[in-house]
Design a protein around this ligand. Structure first.
Ligand SMILES: *Cc1c(COP(=O)(O)O)cnc(C)c1O
Length: 450
C-alpha cells in the first residue's frame, strides 16, 4: 500500500495562541474565539511513521511521474498538505516545481558566489498565490461534495490573490468575487479575474479597506473567505521551502530572502521548513530575511524595536503594489517565524527597487518590483556583512515580471518619478536603411561591451 492511501494522516485547524482550540478543516471558520489566527496542524506522530529517507524517496519519485494529482509541486506533498481530501476533488493546474534560477552573473555583481532566485511567478496566473489557492479551492470542492453550503468564494486583493482565486474557481465551476482597490493594481492583474468571469469590484479604498468589506460578506452573507487569514492558503504556500530544499538535494541554503506584505508567505515558508526539520529531512535551519517597501514597512518598524510592538500604519503607494499593506494579517506568525529562524527585516526605497530590478534584468532575469524589494535587501545585507560572500542565498521571486510591464516600460522610458533610470534601454527608432542601422549597431555594441 502506498503512503498516500493510508487513512491515518490527519490535519485540523488549531488556534495559534490556544492550541487546545481546534476545528475540522471542512468547518467554515477563519479565526479562533478571540479573533486570533488559526493554523493547520498535522498529526506529526503519524507522519513520523515514515522515515526521512522514505519521504524523500516518495517525493522525489513523484516528480517524475504523472499520477493525478501528484505531479503538482503542491499535491506531490499531499500527506503534508491536505491528506484527507479525495483526489477527485483536487483542483490543480500543476502549480509548483518552479525553476530555481542560478543567478551566477548577478551574484558576482552583488558579491555573493552562490545566489539563486526561486521563480515562483512562473506559474499559471503568474504569482506564488497559485500554491495556496489550489489548496483552498480543492478544500471548497471537497466541502461542497460533502454537502457543506458554500455559494461563492471571495477575496480582497492587491492583484495576485484575485487572479489566482478567479482562475482556480473558474476551473472548479465555483462562483468567485474579488474586491480590488480601484486604480492601485496593474492592468494585467485586473484583466485576469475579469477574463475568468469573477464578480469584480473596484472599490475606492486601499487593500486594507477591501479587507474590511470581504470580512463582512464572509461573516454576514455566508461567502467563503479566500484571503490568507484563511490558513488553508498557507498550507499550499509552505511547499516553497520544501521544494527549494528538494532542488538542492535536500539541503537548505544559508539565507532565504522574501518580500512581505500581509506576511502570510514568510509564515508559510517557515512552516514548510519546520516540517522538514521536525521530520528529520534537514538538520539545520537557514536564516530568513523579510524585505519590505519603505512605503509599507510596519514589520520593519517593529523589527527596529525588537518586535516589542507591532503597530499598523497607513501604507503609501509603491511600485511593489502587491505589498502595499499597512496592517498585515499574519504579523504574529511572521514575527514568531523570524525569531525561530534568526531572521532580519530590511526595507527598500522606490529608487532602489526600480534600479535593482533593472540591474538584475540585465543578467537575464525579468523581475517584478516585489522581487526588486528582496534584491535590495540582499544588497544591503551583503554590504553590512550580515550575508557573507560564501553564503548560499535564495531570493524568493514572487511574481512574473510580465504582470508589471507598465512599471518596466516607464523605467526604460525614464518616466518613473525621481528614478534616474541609469539602465534605461529604449528601442532605437530609425529609418529602414542598412547603412544607418549598421553604424548605430556597431556603436551600440562597442559602448555595451565596455
Ligand atoms: C502576495 C504577494 C506578496 C506578499 O505576500 P504576503 O503573504 O502578503 O506577505 C509579495 N509579492 C507578490 C507578487 C504577491 O502577490
Amino acid at each position: 500500500m502506498s503512503p498516500s492511501e493510508k487513512p491515518s494522516y490527519r490535519a485540523w485547524f488549531q488556534s495559534f495562541a490556544h492550541p487546545e482550540e481546534r476545528y475540522r478543516l471542512d468547518e467554515i471558520v477563519y479565526t479562533d474565539r478571540e479573533g486570533g489566527l488559526l493554523e493547520v496542524v498535522h498529526d506529526l506522530d503519524e507522519l513520523r511513521k515514515t522515515s526521512a529517507e522514505g519521504w524523500k524517496k516518495l517525493f522525489d519519485g513523484r516528480r517524475h511521474h504523472n499520477e493525478w494529482p501528484y505531479g503538482s509541486g503542491v499535491w506531490g506533498l499531499k500527506e503534508w498538505v491536505l491528506p484527507e481530501i479525495s483526489n477527485n476533488n483536487v483542483v490543480s493546474m500543476y502549480e509548483g516545481h518552479s525553476n530555481l534560477f542560478w543567478a551566477e552573473r548577478y551574484g558576482r555583481q552583488v558579491g555573493v558566489e552562490d545566489l539563486w532566485i526561486k521563480l515562483c511567478g512562473n506559474s499559471h496566473t503568474g504569482s506564488f498565490k497559485d500554491l495556496g489557492m489550489t489548496v483552498l479551492i480543492s478544500m471548497v470542492s471537497e466541502m461542497r461534495a460533502r454537502g457543506v453550503d458554500v455559494p461563492a468564494v471571495a477575496c480582497a486583493s492587491t492583484g495576485d490573490t484575485s487572479a489566482a482565486l478567479a482562475a482556480y474557481a473558474a476551473a472548479a465551476g465555483i462562483p468567485s468575487i474579488v474586491f480590488l482597490p480601484r486604480g492601485k493594481i496593474s492592468l494585467a492583474q485586473l484583466i485576469q479575474p475579469v477574463a475568468n468571469g469573477s464578480i469584480v469590484f473596484a472599490l475606492d479604498t486601499d487593500f486594507d479597506g477591501c479587507m474590511e468589506i470581504v470580512k463582512q460578506v464572509a461573516e454576514n452573507d455566508g461567502i467563503y473567505l479566500a484571503n490568507s487569514m484563511n490558513s488553508l492558503r498557507i498550507e499550499g504556500q509552505k511547499t516553497v521551502g520544501i521544494e527549494i530544499a528538494q532542488q538542492f538535494d535536500w539541503e537548505v541554503p544559508d539565507w532565504l530572502i522574501i518580500p512581505g506584505g500581509n506576511l502570510g508567505n514568510v509564515s508559510a515558508l517557515a512552516k514548510g521548513l519546520d516540517l522538514l526539520f521536525d521530520l528529520g529531512l534537514i538538520q539545520r535551519r537557514p536564516r530568513l530575511c523579510v524585505a519590505q517597501a519603505e512605503a509599507a514597512n510596519p514589520l520593519y518598524l517593529s523589527y527596529q524595536r525588537d518586535f516589542r510592538v507591532m503597530e499598523p500604519i497607513v501604507a503609501r503607494p509603491t511600485f511593489a503594489s502587491a505589498i502595499q499593506i499597512g496592517n498585515p494579517v499574519s504579523a504574529a506568525k511572521a514575527i514568531d517565524a523570524l525569531k525561530r529562524y534568526d531572521g532580519v527585516v530590511e526595507q527598500a526605497s522606490e529608487v532602489e527597487i526600480a534600479e535593482a530590478c533593472a540591474a538584475a534584468d540585465r543578467t537575464g532575469l525579468f523581475n517584478c518590483p516585489h522581487t526588486g524589494v528582496a534584491l535590495v535587501a540582499l544588497d544591503k545585507l551583503v554590504a553590512n556583512g550580515t550575508i557573507r560572500k560564501s553564503d548560499r542565498v535564495v531570493v524568493i521571486s514572487t511574481a512574473h515580471g510580465l504582470k508589471f510591464t507598465d512599471f518596466k516600460i516607464r523605467y526604460h522610458e525614464g518616466k518613473l518619478p525621481d528614478v534616474p533610470a541609469t539602465r534605461a534601454n529604449s528601442p532605437i527608432e530609425l529609418g529602414a536603411k542598412y547603412d544607418l542601422v549598421r553604424d548605430r549597431m556597431l556603436r551600440e555594441i562597442e559602448s555595451r561591451s565596455r
